[in-house]
Each structure stands twice: as C-alpha cells, then as structure tokens.
Design a protein around this ligand. Structure first.
Ligand code: NAP
Length: 486
C-alpha cells in the first residue's frame, strides 16, 4: 500500500550517498504501516562498505562546505525549511503511514522539525569568536569557532523527521557534513527529507542518509577516524554501547536518551489545566516520546478528584488509524512495543496496581493498546522504574512537597519533568530541586527550536535546539598573536 502523495517523488527507497540515490541492490527492509500491517515500501539496505563510502563522501565534501559563507549556508537551510513546509502534508502522510502517529501530530512534527532548519540557518550567522585580554602588550589573543568535522547521526523511529532535523540543521549550519542512519522502522521520512535537502541545494556529499542494519552501519560510523562526532537519539542501553564504541577514536558525542518523566500536581494547582497537561504529555504519539509523562504524582487531598477527571478525559481519546479524520491515538510502532507495554502493566497489576481505565490490548489490531490509567502505584513497581513508551498513566499520591521531589528524583533518568502549582515560591524551589534537564511548570508541552532540549544522568548529555545547540558541532580554536610591538 503506497501512500497517496501530491508529489510521489518524495517516496524514495534507496540510500542517498555523495549526492546520488543508490541503485536498489542486495537485501531490503520492509517499511510497514502499524495501523494495518500492510507493507508500504521495500527499502534497500546498505552494507558496511557502502557506509564507509558515505563517510568518505562526507569527508571530501566537508572541505568545500566549511568554506561556504555562513550567509549562503543559511540560505540553503532556509530553502530546506521552505520546502519542508511546502510539502508538509506529504511528509506527514509518509510519517503516519510508516510510524502510526495521528496525522495532526505528524503535521505538527514536520513543522517542528522544519523550524530547526530555519533557526539554525539564522544561527549560522552568529558563530562569533572572541578577542580576549592578552598577557602582555605585544600579544593578542583570539578565539575562533570551526566545524567539528564529519558528523554521524543515529536516530529513532518515534520522531522520524524532527530527530534528524535537530541534528542535521546545526551540523550543516556549523559547516559540518553528516551521515545519517535513521531507524529501520522509519526510513521513508528520512529519505524524503534528503530528497528535499537535495532540492534545497545542499551540495553532494554534505548530507548522506544510509538505511540498513545497525550491525553493519553502527560499527562503520563509530570505528571511523574520519567521523569526529556522533550524535545519537535513542535508548539509554544503545547509547551506553555507542559511547563505549566511540572511545577508541575519542569522538565527541551527544546522547539524547530515555526518560522517566515525573508529573507532579500540587493541591493548589488548577486541576483542569493539570488534567489537560497530563493528557497531552502522556498520550502524545501514543505515549512513545522520551518526554512523555511516565509517573503522575498527585497530592493526597486532590488525588481522587484528579484521577476521576483524568480517567474521564482519557476515555474520550479517539483511537484508530492515524490517517483517519479525528483520530488522536494511533497504533504503537510494532507488535513488540505492545508486548513490552503489556508486560509492564501486568507486572505492576500483579504487584498491586489497580486499573482505573484500559489496561489491555485493543481489538483494533495487533499494534493497538488501550489508553490506560493505573492507580495505587508504589516505587518498586515496573511502571515506576521503567520508561513505559506506551499509553499508560500510572498515578501515585504524595503527602508534601519534600516527598514529591524525592519520588520524582528517584530514578536513574533525568530528561523532562513537569509540575502544576500556583505558588510562586514553590515554582522556584521545585524547579531547582528537580534533577532533570527540562522542567515544565503548568505546561505539558515544552519543546521548541529556541529552547535547549536535553537531559542529565542516564538521559544523556548535550543540548539540541537553542543558541547552545550549535556548540556541539563546533570546536574552539585559540590563536595567540605575538611580536606585535616590533
Ligand atoms: P533504539 O533501539 O536505541 O534505536 C535508536 C537508533 O539506534 C535506531 O536507528 C537503531 O537502528 C539504532 N541502533 C540500535 N542498536 C544499535 C547499535 N548497536 N549500534 C548502532 N545503532 C544502533 O531506540 P528506539 O527504540 O528507536 O527509540 C526509543 C528510545 O529513544 C526511547 O528510549 C526514547 O526515550 C529515546 N528518545 C530520546 C529522545 C531524546 O531527545 N532524549 C528523543 C526521542 C527518543 P535500528 O532501527 O536499525 O535498530
């Protein structure tokens, strides 16, 4: 089943290397629509040697690209932004067809992803250096910033467009070239982005997309001395392995890894606003985002009223094929994802959690799981300890602020966190006490291109977006000029 597109040439099925679409050859992987189980496209897989060819192409292209004036790089990124927005609907259809999320969310993701092209294009013109006080009058001290080198990017399936945009845009803005390995579940969105990059005028070899097995592509990227930086978004488990693999060549790394977000509702909060915030931050992308609320903590005096309202709101969510009008909850990405969610729920109910809503697979198809609310959660349960990555909201009560903070921080992860209160003193106390890279106060959606996205602890290192996001792609060079008084 091919998606119906206004521009069918966006549906590419071979890797893009050195400005050429590779010939279909060798093994292929099947992009599958999780809503129906239907095959969407066969995509050829590259080998290790083809990945090495992509790295060489990126290395060769880099010398020209780094010398392209910042303003010209910015104009190319701006054209890429314009093309992504002009093809927003087709990109969204491709995304929903291979990943499952509701079409409205896919449209939103394309706009969010494109915003990084716009933002970092503008930032390319602000890669400023410094003139620093010198140790003596015959000297001057300067700092310039230069591209770090060839970048390798490995990205997940949950945001098939934006996780690439957040890496490719700052890399290209900084003057780096890039080799991107998208997730095997979502190659089509990545290849469609490469098609638009080519149309935008990104020179051959500056951006390469290789689709294939991580066992072939991963070691080629991590072992190569030509690759000077690896930027990874995905699970903490794989991130740890990649950090180790990069140690031999001492690459720079950025790691955007898993989360276990707390969502705290204090008794002075606007409860209806908190329910809406919980709903969007929990069930967006059917619970498959790294910033999804994973544990909801509600002050004991308002626990029951909050749960009643959350259950009522969750029960209203419309589940179905993401391409269908009005659907808010698509399928999970594959059957394994449903099995994982089901196992976490079963382990928790066996340990005493109660099902307030859902708690089982849906009869819509093998990739669907019912939006679920669990109560009576304790900190030793599986849903408390693990990233759920599905539409399950575990709710737990707490007595006071100190207990809420302790529960929230009781995890190895530290990506997003949220809390609701109207008390201005508490806003500062709790924001500063949460051991997380990001805090949403009275908000359930926090990410945008102007803000620094990233985590601490087992959620990784580095920041994407914002004025800081380009630093991960730049080296600082210090130049001392002497002999100036002669
Ligand atoms: P994943 O299993 O870690 O896979 C992510 C990417 O890594 C895929 O492209 C995958 O390729 C590749 N990969 C897997 N094993 C590899 C290896 N040994 N060497 C090289 N590459 C390898 O994660 P996922 O299931 O796709 O994504 C979900 C995870 O991403 C969650 O934990 C979520 O929290 C996290 N995430 C974090 C952020 C953030 O910004 N912090 C954002 C989004 C998602 P294949 O697909 O070919 O296996």
């Amino acid at each position: 089943m091919k998606p119906e597109l206004s521009d069918p040439s966006l549906l590419r099925t071979t890797s893009y290397v050195a400005g050429r679409w590779m010939a279909a050859a060798g093994n292929s992987l099947t992009a599958t629509n999780p809503a129906t189980g239907a095959a969407v496209a066969e995509v050829s897989m590259v080998t290790r040697s083809e990945t090495e060819a992509a790295i060489s192409a990126a290395h060769e292209a880099m010398s020209g690209w780094r010398d392209v004036p910042a303003k010209a790089r910015a104009q190319i990124l701006r054209r890429w932004f314009d093309l992504m927005m002009a093809h927003q609907e087709d990109l969204a259809i491709i995304m929903t067809t291979e990943q499952g999320k509701a079409l409205a969310e896919s449209r939103g993701e394309v706009a969010y992803g494109a915003a990084f092209m716009e933002w970092f294009g503008e930032q390319a013109k602000r890669i400023d250096g410094d003139v620093i006080p010198a140790p003596s009058s015959d000297k001057r001290v300067l700092c310039i910033k230069q591209p770090v080198g060839v970048v390798a990017a490995i990205t997940p399936w949950n945001f098939p467009n934006a996780m690439i945009a957040r890496k490719a845009a700052p890399a290209l803005a900084a003057g780096c070239s890039i080799v991107i390995k998208p997730a095997s579940e979502t190659p089509l969105s990545a290849l469609a982005m490469a098609e638009l990059a080519e149309r935008a005028g990104v020179p051959a070899g500056v951006l390469n997309v290789v689709v294939g097995a991580s066992s072939e592509i991963g070691p080629a990227l991590t072992d190569s001395p030509l690759v000077r930086k690896l930027t990874f978004t995905g699970s903490t488990e794989v991130g740890r392995r990649l950090e180790q693999a990069c140690a031999a060549t001492l690459k720079r790394t950025s790691m955007e890894l898993g989360g276990n977000a707390p969502f705290i509702v204090f008794d002075d909060a606007d409860i209806d606003a908190a329910v809406q915030g919980a709903l969007i931050s929990k069930y967006r992308n059917s619970g498959q985002t790294c910033v999804c609320t994973n544990r909801i903590f509600v002050q004991d005096t308002i626990h029951d009223v909050f749960v009643d309202k959350l259950v009522a709101a969750t029960a209203e969510l419309k589940m179905g094929n993401g391409l269908d009008e009005g659907v808010q909850q698509g399928p999970l990405v594959n059957e394994k994802a449903v099995e994982d969610v089901d196992r976490l729920v079963r382990l928790s109910t066996e340990a005493g959690a109660q099902v307030a809503l859902g708690g089982m697979r849906s009869d819509l198809g093998p990739c669907y799981y019912q939006p679920t609310v669990l109560t009576g959660i304790t900190s030793d349960m599986a849903v408390f300890r693990n990233e759920i990555f599905g539409p399950v909201a575990p709710v737990m009560s707490f007595a006071d602020e100190a207990e809420a903070i302790a529960l929230a921080n009781d995890t190895e992860f530290g990506l997003a966190s949220y809390f609701y209160t109207r008390d201005i003193g508490r806003v500062w106390r709790v924001s500063e006490a949460l051991d997380y890279g990001m805090v949403g106060v009275n908000e359930g959606i926090i990410s945008n291109e102007m803000a620094p996205f990233g985590g601490v602890k087992a959620s990784g290192s580095g920041r994407e977006g914002s004025k800081y996001g380009i630093d991960d792609y730049l080296e600082i060079k210090y130049i001392l000029m002497g002999g100036l008084d002669r």
